[in-house]
Design a protein around this ligand. Structure first.
Ligand SMILES: *Cc1c(COP(=O)(O)O)cnc(C)c1O
Length: 494
């Protein structure tokens, strides 16, 4: 399969090169030339375990990777999850399921892609004959950073550098990153919010001088953010897997449509659901749930994407994003894969912070998507009421999705079987969750985690308890303008 850039100026690349490079040379995002159709494979997939489903879905795009080897890489990656189940479904009500995507090494859904990405990237660069060392640059709203650090630590021929907004992540997320072990890792806080951080890192990718200096030093950069197709493709798997599990347990019939509700920030997770739909998965609606940073809600209702607005710091920090990078891939699809138009819109976004799609395009979007948002007070209330009703503790991101899901049902009467994607463990946000459950304002994350445990009886994951004893290795804070220099320094081994 060949991959083309959404902006049309770069040559098509195979999957191995698209993943090794991360971003196309023209600044666009790599997209598959066509969507493989897995409709005929669905009934086979029902019998498979998660790793086999993953190897099938991922292999349908990555045809130059050896099939047996890909399967064993999936077995190894998903063997790192609790009970060997990477995406278990929990039924809380009739026709309503929570898909728990947080049982991996770092307790967030990012693990489903980032446990596998090191293999996809290293093998991809071997296949492509890339001999340089790879420097992975990551801008994180909290969870990608830790998952990428864990995935890439001590991998040969790879270095990884993570930038996070200094005040834009939870205490637990910050601790997870600042205590990271490994000889090839670096973590730096950047002053500002996630968008500032992401822009600074994107500028390094786009800077030809930097690339030249690095190349002379035998280093190429790549991305572990969801702009990399290698991040996106493992995320398609769990949509298929949830569907197969529902058929296999008799909850739905093969062919019946179901809805997915996705707490959304950079639009990577939900875009993977859209790709699953294009590959033949029977999906009714993809429901895009935002917090107070509701730029996507407004986009789906008005057809105008306008990032010129106040930025809110919320209790769901991994969704505090105003520039959703992956929307470019969706806008490219609804434009009828019009490269010029997509490039023009992205230039408008860069220059003026906004662009619009046409009425027919907007109608197409409404066909597949529904979007709504949830205020802070509603998020808190949802965590409390869901616990009261079902004895289940939601993390704040998942709570945003649960709230939007119930609003959607009320507004439309659509009662299709619904799967809410749960993107993180509540123990990554213990202060906010404890406050929602009993009104207590605790400042110490570990203390709140203990209290949360005594309320809920859900065991505290050892990934959290072990943080307490770990040494803080990374405390540096820099300006966005200093990101490039920091990259060059780290690449040079300083
Ligand atoms: C990253 C993240 C999100 C947002 O996912 P996108 O792919 O950026 O839309 C939501 N919840 C949690 C917990 C996350 O870590």
């Amino acid at each position: 399969m060949q991959f083309i850039s959404t902006r049309g100026k770069s040559v098509a690349e195979n999957a191995a090169r698209a993943i090794s490079k991360g971003l196309a040379d023209d600044g666009g995002l790599f997209v598959p030339e066509t969507f493989p159709d897995l409709t005929g494979k669905l009934s086979d997939m029902i019998e498979m375990d998660y790793s086999e489903r993953a190897a099938l879905v991922i292999g349908s795009y990555l045809d130059e990777y050896e099939k047996k080897e890909l399967l064993s890489a999936c077995v190894k990656a998903y063997g790192l999850f609790d009970d060997g189940d990477a995406a278990p479904l929990v039924k809380t009500d009739d026709g309503f399921f929570i898909m728990e995507l947080f049982h991996g090494p770092t307790l967030a859904f990012k693990d489903l892609a980032l446990t596998l990405l090191p293999y996809l990237l290293r093998r991809g660069s071997d296949i492509s004959g890339i001999t340089e060392d790879i420097l992975i640059l990551v801008a994180t709203s909290g969870d990608t950073g830790k998952a990428a650090l864990e995935g890439f630590r001590d991998k040969e021929g790879i270095k990884i550098m993570v930038f996070y907004p200094s005040e834009g992540v939870s205490d637990m997320q910050k601790l997870q990153m600042s205590t990271q072990e490994g000889d090839n890792v670096k973590v730096i806080a950047v002053k500002g919010n996630f968008d500032d951080c992401q822009t600074a890192v994107k500028n390094v990718f786009a800077d030809a001088d930097t690339a030249e200096i690095l190349k002379t030093a035998g280093v190429i950069t790549s991305s572990a953010n969801s702009i990399n197709f290698g991040r996106l493709v493992p995320q398609i798997v769990y949509y298929f897997s949830a569907y197969c599990d529902l058929v296999s347990s008799g909850e739905i019939k093969l062919g019946e449509k179901i809805n997915f509700v996705v707490p959304t920030g950079n639009f990577g997770n939900i875009l993977a659901g859209y790709y699953a739909e294009r590959m033949g998965l029977p999906i009714g609606k993809l429901i895009c749930a935002s917090n107070s940073n509701n730029v996507l809600t407004d986009f789906f209702s008005t057809g105008t994407y306008d990032a010129n607005r106040e930025f809110y710091k919320t209790m769901s920090p991994s969704m505090d994003i105003l520039i959703s990078s992956n929307l470019e891939r969706l806008v490219f699809e609804v434009s009828g894969r019009n490269f010029e138009l997509t490039a023009k819109r992205m230039a408008e976004l860069r220059a003026g912070g906004k662009y619009s799609v046409s009425e027919p395009e907007k109608a197409m979007l409404k066909n597949d998507f529904y979007a709504a948002c949830c205020k802070e007070s509603e998020c808190t209330a949802t965590i409390a009421s869901f616990f009261q009703e079902y004895g289940y503790v939601l993390d704040p991101h998942t709570a945003v999705a649960v709230k939007v899901s119930s609003d959607y049902k009320k507004a439309t009467g659509d009662d299709k079987c619904t799967v809410v994607l749960s993107t993180a463990s509540p123990y990554k946000f213990p202060q906010s969750v404890l406050y929602a459950l009993n009104g207590e304002r605790g400042s110490d994350a570990f203390c709140c985690a203990e209290k949360l445990y005594s309320l809920s009886a859900d065991p505290i994951p050892q990934q959290i308890t072990s943080l307490k004893k770990k040494e803080k290795r990374f405390t540096e804070v820099i300006e966005p303008s200093e990101v490039r220099e920091a990259v060059l320094k780290f690449a040079a081994g300083k």
